[in-house]
Design a protein around this ligand. Structure first.
Ligand SMILES: [Zn+2]
Length: 254
């Protein structure tokens, strides 16, 4: 049975890189999306492609417009909760002190489910807290109250526009997260567990290739086969929340 085969591959590994994407949070009711944009198909109601509305240049040029869509994403995340898949991953990390999470998601669900922040790489950033684009100050007010005010939310100190530390379209990935990822990839992983992502970005494909070349295992959990499926030892097709809970039950800690 595939789940046993996958569990065996991960049981024998000490260092595991768990790569998660939108498909994991889809089981929490969040829509799957490409980057930040998939809450929408194609154009926004303002007639702009979402890649333009949710871009760094638009945030600077027309912060109210960009924030209209940022706030929708914020509200969707605030209404949702981590699911059994996030909790199973946190449990796997408790049993495997060498297990790291690399996520494309900005919803913060891994932290809420108990994944240790020092073994979590949020490559697209996180929605809260907000900080000021003018003076740089971090705003400690809770996100729901900031979203209830007229948009864009503004800094109490200098009235500058606040923004979340997420990677908008046309923005660079955060240096700190890229460095952390690079360091861990160089240390090597015995196995990769890919969950809910097509993994079509270089920063994801590279660690996957490296682990494969070094003889490590690759386990994939996705609804459908993806472009990395041909590389995988096992493809577990199904909802991440269901599959991961079963998988982790079969994994021993040593
Ligand atoms: Zn400020």
């Amino acid at each position: 049975m595939d789940i046993i085969k996958a569990a065996q591959a991960l049981s024998g590994a000490e260092r595991i890189l768990i790569i998660t994407g939108a498909g994991l949070s889809a089981d929490s009711g969040l829509p799957t999306y490409r980057g930040l944009g998939g809450l929408y198909n194609g154009e926004t109601e303002d007639g702009l492609p979402i890649e333009v509305a949710l871009s760094g240049p638009t945030l600077r040029r027309d912060p109210a417009l960009c924030w209209k869509y940022l706030a929708e994403i914020g509200r969707a995340c605030l209404q949702a909760e981590p699911n059994a898949g996030h909790f199973a991953i946190a449990e796997l990390q408790r049993r495997k002190p060498g297990a790291w999470v690399l996520t494309q998601n900005i919803d913060g669900f891994h932290r809420r489910a108990g994944s240790p922040p020092d073994r979590l790489i949020e490559i697209h950033g996180q929605l809260s807290p907000l900080s000021c684009m003018g003076c740089g100050k971090v705003d400690e007010r809770p996100l729901p109250s900031l979203l209830d005010q007229p948009l864009p939310p503004r800094c109490l100190t200098c009235d500058g526009v606040l923004r979340p530390a997420v990677v908008l379209f046309e923005e660079m990935l955060p240096e700190s997260e890229l460095t952390a990822l690079q360091q861990q990839v160089q240390l090597g992983f015995d196995a990769v567990l890919v969950v809910g992502t097509t993994a079509s970005f270089g920063y994801i494909l590279e660690p996957v290739w490296r682990v494969r070349q070094a003889g490590g295992s690759l386990v994939e959990v996705n609804l459908q086969a993806t472009e990395i499926s041909p590389l995988a030892d096992v493809l577990l097709q199904g909802r991440a929340a269901d599959v991961l809970s079963q998988l982790v039950r079969h994994i021993s800690s040593d």
